[in-house]
Design a protein around this ligand. Sequence first.
Ligand code: UDX
Ligand code: UDX
Length: 459
Amino acid sequence: MEFEKNILCIGAGYVGGPTLAMIAYKCPQYKVTVVDINPERIARWNSDNLPIYEPGLDEIVKAVRGRNLFFSTDIERGIREADIIFVSVNTPTKTFGAGAGMAADLQYWEKTARQIRQYAESPKIIVEKSTLPVKTAHAMERMLQATNNHVHFEVLSNPEFLAEGTAIRDLEYPDRVLIGSRETPSGLKARQELVEIYANWVPRERIITSNLWSSELSKLVANAFLAQRISSINSITSLCEKTDADITEVARAVGTDSRIGDKFLNASVGFGGSCFKKDILNLVYICRYYGLEEVADYWEGVVKINDYQKERFVLNMLTAMFNTLAGKRICIFGFAFKANTGDTRESPAMFVCKLLLEERAELVISDPKALENAKEDLKGAQGKISYVEDPYEAVAGCDAIAVLTEWDIYRQLDFKKIYGSMDKPCFIFDGRNILDHRGLFEIGFNVFPIGKPPLTHLK
Ligand code: UDX
Ligand code: UDX
């Protein structure tokens, strides 16, 4: 069959894989190829055991793989054949040199630009999917044009707003698709070409266009605002705990103001995920680069509150459990950075577990999807750790449970049975406020929610 267009994506990660699978699913007229330097990842995309867990993803991949969706390691061929190239390689926080711990590490990004330049023989539209510092497109243009003068490249910015766990729904029914371009005739033409791809399933009024820099910056700002809401509500939890106010009641009262809105106001042990911290630090770094110290400090506060919240959680555990955790067995309910994903990048659980190990607690980690990653993350950690998927088995003989991911299964457990199998006194620290605290207290647990008065039997 003849395809109308060849679309390539470089980087088969959490963003590239699902996004391009959706394009292939909605647009049978295009041939979509996803390439990656990691052959194991590609092998898994071509198997029944996909490299990422995302509700609904298996069905979509099965429906289109081999029809118009292909996974490959042949980057060179992919580039040669493509009309449009999405770039979705990782852009982690730099760990070395200037801007270490803050700025985005653009080495993979630049390497990809060089590969495109080397192999491209016909005009290409390059689409930035990865989250990047504002003005990266300009660097990309210069890199692409440095030697390959006879081939025209048009760089677009099309940041991805999907959240993990709901990636398929977010891709199918996005709040908006954002496309930034140069406002030149060729830039506008390329922009229109990308609009037409999304218009195969996204209503036109949801496809927003802008200049390149607004688009690049909007992605950083959207993530910063979302994270800021969580830090705002979390900052109030400590005050609630001091004053007998209840954070759930405060969040409801505040969130019913339609100007504020009720989403993203769930108090927690802290936000995690591969994006929030990285993108805010990137924003902070850019502000400092331009000499905007006050602006940088303001946004840095969002990350500081998040670190404070995670430390505070462990300190609360320590204080509640008579100021010593040494030798105590603590069961961790949930290691993923949020429910419905196996992803553990920047998971608050990792941070909490490391602090608990420093206190010489023994850990039994349970999670329905993230144990493989948890083992990897805690590989070098000192201390006694075991990994048990079944929550009933995991809690047996433990002194305390810490709920760190809001998995539904934890709401439905038989806590009477659990209480019976634990050491006494029993503690529950609900880092997500998802359990029935009163019910647990009545069973006999000492219950420590976030931002609410504790319920305890201890005098
Ligand atoms: C990435 C970025 O980290 C994020 O900033 C952006 O918003 C979206 O893209 P993600 O998809 O979660 O996020 O990253 P990851 O799962 O690490 O996938 C990146 C993939 O790119 C990996 O599979 C990696 O092997 C691949 N890669 C990396 C290449 O194919 N070529 C390279 O040169 C480098
Ligand atoms: C986020 C953005 O939502 C998405 O638009 C962007 O493309 C990538 O970054 P993601 O990291 O997948 O997506 O998950 P998200 O649902 O935003 O949650 C991030 C973290 O915040 C999780 O650890 C989550 O548990 C926490 N969170 C979220 C809260 O603690 N409280 C809330 O009310 C909401």
